[in-house]
Write a protein that binds this ligand. Structure first.
Ligand SMILES: [Zn+2]
Length: 400
C-alpha cells in the first residue's frame, strides 16, 4: 500500500505519463466532437471511448448507454471520475475543421471531458494507484431520466465501493487555464411549477359575468417574483422564471376559460424547496379566487442542488496548486447538473475548467452553437480530475 508521503511522487509520475497521452487525446477529442450523439443515443460514443481504453481497462455496460471500468486495486474503496456522454440537438456553427455535420453538437464540452478521462486513465496504467480508479461513462446528463441517478440506482456505488466521485466541466465563465474548486452549493435544485387556471370565461364585453382567467394569470405572473423575495432569505440564491404563459384562443373578444403557466424553480437550500412551492401555491390559489377562477398548482420534481463536499474541494485546491494549475473564484450558478446525485450519494466534487474566449465581449455560453473550447482544455480537464483523485486519496489515506 502506498503511504501518504508517496502521493507527490505518484503525482509526478502520473503527470509525466499524462503528457505522453495528450496528443492522442486531443485527436480523440476532435473525432468525438465530429460524431456527437444526443441523450439516450450515446452508445457509439461510449463504444469509441471503451475502444480507446481497451488495452488498459475493461468496461462493463451499465444502464442503456453507460459503462463502468476500474483500474488499480480491484477491491476496497475507490475514487470515481465521471465523464458525460451526451451531445445536444444543436446545429454547430463553429466553422471548425472537425465540426459536427449530423445536426447534433457537443455544445456543452462533454467531448473534452471524455478525452481527458481517456488520457488520465491511460496514463494511470503507468503508476501504482493506492485506491481503485473508476471511470464512469455516464449517459443522459442533459435529459431525464438523469443518467447519474440511473447509474446509482443500478448499484455502481456499492459495486465498486466508491468513496468519492469527481467531475470536471469546462466553463467559459472561468479564466482560461484556471480551475475553480469550491465547497458548498455549486448548482441549484431545478424543479417545475405548473399552474392551471380555470374560469367560466365569457364575452369580452361582459367581464362582470365571466370568470376572467387572463386577469388572474397576469397577476399571478407578476406576483411570483414578490413571493420569492418575501419567502427566501436574500443571502440564499433562489428564483422562479416563467418560460410559458398561455391564455386565450387567438381572438380579441372571448374571455378564455383556461390559462396556464409553466415555470422553473431554482433553489440552493433543501428547506427552501418546499417552503417556496407552498408560498407560490398559496398566492396563486388566492389570486385566482379573487378573480372568480380556480388555480391548480403542481410541483414537478427535478434534480437536487449540487453541493460540493467542503473538505474535498479544499483539498483539491491544494493539489491544483501543487500541479501548477491556477485556481479561480468559485463558480456557482442556478444551472443544474445531475452530478448532484453523486454528491447526494457520497462526498463528491464538481470542478469548473476555464475556457474563456479571449477578446469576445459576449462569450458563447454552454449550449451555444459557437461554443468550442480550445484543445488545451483536454489537458486542463485531465489535471483537474487528477487533482480530484489525489485529494480524495489523501483524505482516504489519512483515515486508514
Ligand atoms: Zn454539460
Amino acid at each position: 500500500m502506498t503511504t501518504p508521503t508517496d502521493l507527490p511522487t505518484l503525482a509526478t509520475h502520473w503527470l509525466t505519463a499524462l503528457d505522453a497521452e495528450l496528443p492522442a487525446a486531443r485527436a480523440l477529442r476532435r473525432e468525438l466532437h465530429a460524431d456527437p450523439h444526443v441523450s439516450g443515443d450515446e452508445a457509439p460514443t461510449r463504444d469509441r471511448i471503451v475502444a480507446a481504453l481497451s488495452d488498459v481497462v475493461p468496461f462493463t455496460p451499465m444502464t442503456d448507454a453507460g459503462a463502468v471500468g476500474r483500474l488499480g486495486p480491484a477491491s476496497g474503496p475507490s475514487i470515481a471520475l465521471r465523464a458525460e456522454l451526451d451531445a445536444l440537438p444543436v446545429t454547430e456553427q463553429t466553422g471548425a475543421s472537425f465540426a459536427s455535420k449530423n445536426g447534433a453538437m457537443h455544445a456543452c464540452g462533454h467531448d473534452v471531458h471524455q478525452a481527458a478521462l481517456v488520457a488520465l486513465m491511460r496514463a494511470a496504467r503507468r503508476v501504482d494507484l493506492p485506491f481503485g480508479l473508476v471511470g464512469l461513462l455516464q449517459p443522459r446528463e442533459e435529459t431525464s431520466p438523469p443518467g447519474a441517478q440511473e447509474m446509482i440506482q443500478a448499484g455502481v456505488i456499492a459495486q465498486h465501493d466508491i468513496a468519492h466521485v469527481i467531475g470536471a466541466h469546462v466553463h467559459p465563465g472561468v479564466a482560461t487555464g484556471a480551475v475553480a474548486s469550491a465547497g458548498g452549493f455549486i448548482n441549484a435544485a431545478a424543479e417545475e411549477i405548473d399552474i392551471r387556471i380555470e374560469g367560466r370565461g365569457g364575452h369580452g364585453a361582459y367581464p362582470h359575468l365571466a370568470g376572467d382567467t387572463v386577469a388572474a394569470i397576469a397577476h399571478i405572473a407578476l406576483g411570483i417574483p414578490e413571493v420569492v423575495r418575501r419567502t427566501i432569505s436574500p443571502v440564499r440564491p433562489a428564483l422562479i422564471s416563467i418560460g410559458t404563459l398561455n391564455a386565450g384562443l387567438g381572438v380579441a373578444n372571448v374571455l378564455p376559460a383556461h390559462a396556464h403557466i409553466r415555470s422553473t424553480m431554482r433553489t440552493t437550500d433543501v428547506g427552501d424547496r418546499a417552503e417556496l412551492f407552498a408560498a407560490v401555491k398559496r398566492m396563486a390559489e388566492r389570486t385566482a379566487e379573487a378573480y372568480g377562477t380556480t388555480a391548480t398548482v403542481t410541483l414537478i420534481e427535478g434534480q437536487p442542488a449540487l453541493i460540493n463536499d467542503h473538505d474535498l474541494a479544499f483539498g483539491i485546491n491544494a493539489w491544483l496548486t501543487r500541479l501548477d494549475v491556477p485556481g479561480d473564484e468559485p463558480m456557482r450558478s442556478l444551472g443544474a447538473d445531475d452530478f448532484a446525485y453523486f454528491c447526494e450519494a457520497v462526498p463528491s466534487a464538481m470542478l469548473f475548467v476555464g475556457v474563456e474566449t479571449a477578446g469576445e465581449d459576449l462569450q458563447p455560453t454552454l449550449h451555444h452553437a459557437r461554443f468550442l473550447p480550445d484543445e488545451s482544455a483536454v489537458d486542463l480537464t485531465a489535471r483537474a480530475l487528477l487533482a480530484g483523485y489525489l485529494a480524495a486519496a489523501e483524505g482516504m489515506l489519512a483515515v486508514e
